[in-house]
Design a protein around this ligand. Sequence first.
Ligand code: NI
Length: 137
Amino acid sequence: MNQKVAVFRKEHFNAAHRLFCADWSAEKNWEVFGPCSNPNYHGHNYELIVQVNGVPDPITGFVINTKDLTKIVDEEVKARFDHKNLNLDTEVFKNLNPTAENIAIVIYNLIRPRISESLDLKIRLYETERNFVDYPA
Ligand code: NI
């Protein structure tokens, strides 16, 4: 019997970004990225949902202690990205376009080593209410 349970922690952070390819003209960048390519950056209110799947521990009844999960997300994600300019203030996005896709992959890779290998991790990131991504797909 599959007794896996999905546990979710919802978090929020604000960050500025700009999507562009340095090799392209301003027109080409606008064509592909639209207002997200504005040279002076803009902000998003990111909603982050961290999902951990696993079998509850027979003693605690927890898949993961949400107190621990919250601490991990605070340290790995919020401390790094909240109220930051992703392009300018973070190493990881200096040469990587900070799309929702790439941010979700980066967040996964930051959190994964801190979660037990017996648990599955999934990241859902909302860039706007209507645009969101899941990683892994
Ligand atoms: Ni944007």
